[in-house]
Design a protein around this ligand. Structure first.
Ligand code: COA
Length: 248
């Protein structure tokens, strides 16, 4: 149904998860994470599903955590948002992401657990944790440097500045940039359908070689970062930054 905030559909062997809250720039609430987590469990358990395809509706991929909802929800290792990151990082099947417009906070850090990332030319990525009185999450304190180099990761995480498409492609944050969102989604649909022609066994064995050895370390890192993030969330500094956004 199009009024659902997370749309899940199976297209042949591809499970498509579409963030569908365009009026709020696809900011993610606790309930939305819960819905995505169900879809990821389904992807993991169902042998008919070979890969996951993450995308969004409208002009933006995601403005990250819904800051109002975030303030009202307990944050701990069992929270839906942390469970989302853990499930995505643990998924043994490939994940392809298609991003356009803003990809902020967890809108970027979730990409570090995706195996292929396509973007449109209007993409604007950022990890503005410092501006919110927060620390890196989602494995980004290590994985961003692994993917893009430590100097870039340091700069992005310590300043929260915006990364445009050219820099994202040049540093390996995204695989390829397309002129428009329509081109992006068409290319991503086509790529995921092509990938689904491989057998599940081959996809699983390949991803195991690519990610298997590092998986436990990444899960531990996500939990360590979430513990520190949770402590920072309670500080006056973070509360003031959240208030400033919510009362603009
Ligand atoms: N949480 C809750 N609502 C959000 C949101 C978020 N993270 N990001 C955007 N929105 C909402 C806005 O409140 C606004 O809703 P309204 O029309 O009902 O007022 C709508 O989405 C559009 O956002 P707006 O801020 O007006 O768009 P913009 O183009 O001026 O700015 C951003 C875009 C991404 C720079 C800005 O929305 C922003 O900084 N968002 C917060 C990003 C963030 O800090 N995420 C969390 C990281 S941990």
């Amino acid at each position: 149904m199009s009024d659902e905030l997370i749309l899940v559909k199976q297209n042949n062997a591809v499970l498509e998860i579409q963030i569908n809250r365009p009026d709020k720039m696809n900011a993610l609430t606790d309930a939305m994470y819960a819905a995505i987590n169900n879809a990821l469990d389904n992807a993991s358990n169902d042998d008919e599903i070979k890969l996951v395809y993450l995308r969004s509706s409208g002009a933006h991929f995601s403005a990250g955590n819904d800051l109002a909802d975030f303030l009202q929800t307990d944050f701990n290792l069992e929270s839906n948002v942390v469970q989302f990151l853990l499930k995505l990082a643990a998924l043994e099947k490939p994940v392809v992401a298609a991003i356009n417009g803003a990809a902020v906070g967890i809108g970027l850090t979730m990409l570090l657990h995706c195996d292929i990332v396509f973007a449109s030319a209007d993409v604007k990525l950022s990890v503005p944790f410092v501006k919110l009185g927060l620390t890196p999450e989602g494995g980004s304190s290590q994985l961003l440097a692994q993917r893009c180099g430590d100097l870039k990761a340091n700069e992005w995480l310590l300043t929260g500045r915006t990364i445009l498409a050219e820099e994202a492609a040049g540093t390996g944050l995204v695989n390829q940039v397309f002129d428009s969102a329509e081109d992006l989604w068409q290319a991503s649909d086509s790529l995921t359908q092509k990938m689904a022609k491989s057998s599940l066994d081959i996809l699983l064995a390949s991803k195991q070689l690519l990610k298997g050895e590092q998986r436990e370390e990444v899960l531990a890192l996500i939990k360590k970062e979430a513990t520190i993030f949770g402590q920072r969330l309670k500080t006056d500094e973070a509360k003031a930054a959240f208030d400033a956004f919510l009362n603009r």
